[in-house]
Every structure is written in C-alpha cells, then in structure tokens.
Design a protein around this ligand. Structure first.
Ligand SMILES: [Zn+2]
Length: 213
C-alpha cells in the first residue's frame, strides 16, 4: 500500500494534469475561434458601412456636381452677375457666349475653379485673356478684357479656386471705360487645344453653387 499509494497518486496527478491541459487547450481554441469570428464579422460589416457612407454629398470644393458640370465660385468678389448668355453682340453678328461681370477697374479676378494656366493670349475681341484648364482637361475657363495678370501667372502654373489670377479691365472690344470681366466656360475633350471646345453657359453654376465668394 505504502508503495502503491504514491504510484496511484502520481497517476491521479498525471490524469489531473492531462485534464487540466485539455481544458486549457479547449479554452484557447474557443478563444481563438471567438476572435476569428469577431474578425470575420468586422470584415463583413466594414464594406457594408463603407457603401452606406458613400452616398454622402461631396464638399463643394470637389470637382463635379453629379450632373457633370464643374463647381464654380464667382471670379470677382461682391460683383453682381447677370445672365448675358445668348445676347446679341456686334449688331447680331454673333451670340454672346459667356457671362459679363461688371466690376471696377483693377478689381482682382479670382480663379472660378482649380486648374492649370494653359494660355495667356491677346485677341482683338477679348483683349488680354487667360485660359485655365481643369485638372481632368474636360473644362476650359476663359477670362477676358483683363487689364493684366497677377504676378506668377504663366502657362503651366497650377491654380486653386479663389487664387488671384488677373485684374478687371476694358481691353479688347469691351468698350473704353466699360470695365467688366467676360467669363467663358467650354466643355473640352482632353485632347482639345485651348482655342477649341464647346461653349456652355456658366451662369447657373456661378450663381447656383457659389461657395461664398
Ligand atoms: Zn462678354
């Protein structure tokens, strides 16, 4: 007995240890399984949450308004904007393709939208003009009758919406003393040159979605 007892006790202890190890293994396995389940659930929920968050409206600074038209800010601060699209010009020889913004001589002209300066051009009709191309190259913004350009405005220069780019003048066929900014918007194909494109009335975008300027 005295010999058998320790053996029995040892056996019992070994058994207990085995049972304890088994329980420990179970607990670990269960814990691992639980963790894996949580991870899977999170992965399953995450894309759902992403799709649910997606339809939230983009901020006004983002390009595009959902209808494919660019977001524009008024290029001359505080100036009244009148829809002059289609008005007769040159005694009916051509329709007006843009918006005239009456403003004092030398008033700063700001970029209506972000883009890259594509061309500084002098023409008989437009006087000192400036063409800025949208980053996706699908829009061209045209500023005419300028008295001059802001420092640093050269072809290839990137501009942000609201950056000072030029000054209001009466150059070209504006008429002496008839200080205003002619703002034009053209829909472009990316390969179009600065002189190409299809004119679009910018008025609704200038008054509809003006971002505080
Ligand atoms: Zn005009």
């Amino acid at each position: 007995m005295s010999l058998a007892q320790p053996t029995e006790q040892r056996t019992l202890w070994t058994r207990r240890k085995t049972v304890f190890r088994l329980i420990l293994a179970f607990v670990l396995m269960f814990g691992l399984a639980l963790l894996t389940m949580i991870r899977f659930t999170e992965q399953a929920i995450a894309p759902l949450a992403a799709t649910q968050a997606a339809p939230a409206p983009a901020p006004a600074v983002a390009e595009g308004r959902g209808d494919g038209l660019p977001v524009l800010i008024a290029p001359v601060e505080g100036a009244a904007i009148v829809d002059s699209w289609g008005q007769s010009r040159d005694s009916g020889a051509r329709p007006h393709q843009g918006t005239d913004i009456m403003a004092p001589a030398g008033a700063p002209v700001r970029a209506a939208a972000a883009g890259t300066v594509e061309k500084l051009f002098d023409s008989q009709a437009g006087g000192h003009t400036l063409y800025i191309r949208s980053p996706d190259r699908r829009w061209s913004y045209y500023y005419a009758h300028l008295s001059g350009y802001a420092p640093g405005i050269v072809a290839g220069k990137p501009v942000r919406a609201g950056d000072e780019i030029a000054f209001v003048g009466d150059t070209g066929n504006a008429g002496a003393g008839n200080y205003h900014l002619h703002f034009g918007l053209s829909r472009m194909t990316p390969g179009d040159g600065w002189w190409q494109g299809e004119p679009v009335n910018p008025y609704p975008m200038l008054v509809g979605k003006a971002a505080g300027r």
